[in-house]
Design a protein around this ligand. Structure first.
Ligand code: ADP
Ligand code: MG
Length: 324
């Protein structure tokens, strides 16, 4: 069924006018829509209740293990979350066929697209972006006991369309033009790179008991592997944060291969390099930080607090998010 504007109509979503498609993941369609009651613009994530497998989806990089996404958990977790660096869930509803997540609208789209557009980010711009993400992760890990498990540039969204320098002005040049960079990074004057928020809790998991503020399970009877599991599952977000930071700074990911088997092997061995010439101009401090995140042993990998204490992160005020 199609509406006049060629957008699909969903049963149970009559309160909204669907305006345009904003994205599609393997399991969902996301639309820009308007709440006809309040006039508010929102994003609606429509998730089919009966999911397709990776072959039907045609994504060779999709891990078949994640075929069944626990959507009930996605909604339950998002309901308990309230942080400026995390996309808000306004409402939830469902029909026989679909789940509908009514979300805070992120007009600026994916960080992924900005990396593609800009090739790579200057260090201070990367810092501005990554610190916002890190504060969101700190809140999830330390205040909500939630592990995201799918941190990647496609799931990090800009609140507004960022003002980006033209192709003729590669971002690295902004390092020398302090004034421009200030405006670009802080988002003053209605432009800039602005706010970045974490989206897509489709794979997230609660590792804490909300009531007892301890790892899930009965206090005193919790086995050490459960306590360790909590710590290790948080460390998956830290690895992913390292991958995002690496990609922001040079424009390509630390691990890549056409073959998923080769790629899996490279990741398992933690096999990456700071490839010359791309990494030649990047600070030793940034490389040191990445080394502590892309560290195969989860026990030695930085926690979010260690990350935030690193000198590379402390080079600017802790929360440089611009006023709105
Ligand atoms: P999936 O679980 O299928 O990956 P996501 O929640 O990641 O679903 O949404 C898929 C895509 O839709 C995102 O990568 C992004 O491009 C877009 N999107 C998701 N949420 C929003 C939002 N709140 N505002 C704008 N675009 C969004
Ligand atoms: Mg996604």
């Amino acid at each position: 069924r199609q509406a006049k504007n060629n957008m699909p109509q969903y049963k149970g979503l009559e309160r909204y006018r669907i305006l345009e498609k904003m994205g599609d993941g393997a399991f969902s369609n996301v639309y820009k829509a308007q709440d006809l009651t309040t006039g508010q613009k929102v994003a609606i994530k429509v998730v089919r209740k009966y999911e397709l497998n990776s072959q039907q989806v045609g994504d060779k990089h999709l891990n078949p293990q994640f075929k069944k996404k626990p959507r009930a958990t996605e909604v339950q977790i998002m309901r308990g979350i309230d942080h400026p660096s995390i996309v808000k869930l306004y409402a939830f509803s469902e029909s026989a066929e679909y789940y509908y997540l009514i979300l805070e609208l992120m007009e600026g789209g994916e960080l992924f697209h900005q990396i593609v557009k800009l090739t790579y980010f200057s260090e201070s711009l990367a810092r501005h972006v990554i610190l916002q993400v890190a504060h969101g992760i700190r809140y999830m890990h330390e205040e909500r006991g939630v592990v995201h498990r799918d941190i990647k540039p496609e799931n990090l969204l800009f609140e507004r369309i960022p003002i980006v320098p033209s192709k003729l002005l590669p971002p690295r040049q902004f390092d020398e033009e302090k004034e421009d960079e200030g405006e670009f990074a802080s988002g003053v004057g209605g432009g800039g790179i602005g706010k970045v928020k974490i989206a897509d809790f489709g794979l997230s998991k609660i590792v804490w008991d909300e009531q007892t503020m301890t790892p899930c399970g009965t206090v005193g009877y919790t086995a050490p592997e459960i306590v360790k599991d909590e710590r290790y599952s948080k460390s998956v977000d830290m690895w992913a944060l390292g991958c995002v930071l690496y990609t922001l700074l040079c424009g390509f990911p630390p691990f890549y291969d056409e073959s998923i088997n080769v790629l899996t092997e490279k990741v398992a061995r933690g096999h990456y390099t700071f490839l010359s010439p791309w990494w030649d101009g990047i600070s030793a401090s940034a490389k040191d930080l990445i080394t502590h995140l892309l560290c195969v042993d989860p026990k030695r990998r930085y926690t979010i607090d260690e990350f935030l204490q690193h000198e590379w992160c402390l080079a600017v005020p802790a929360e440089p998010a611009p006023p709105t």
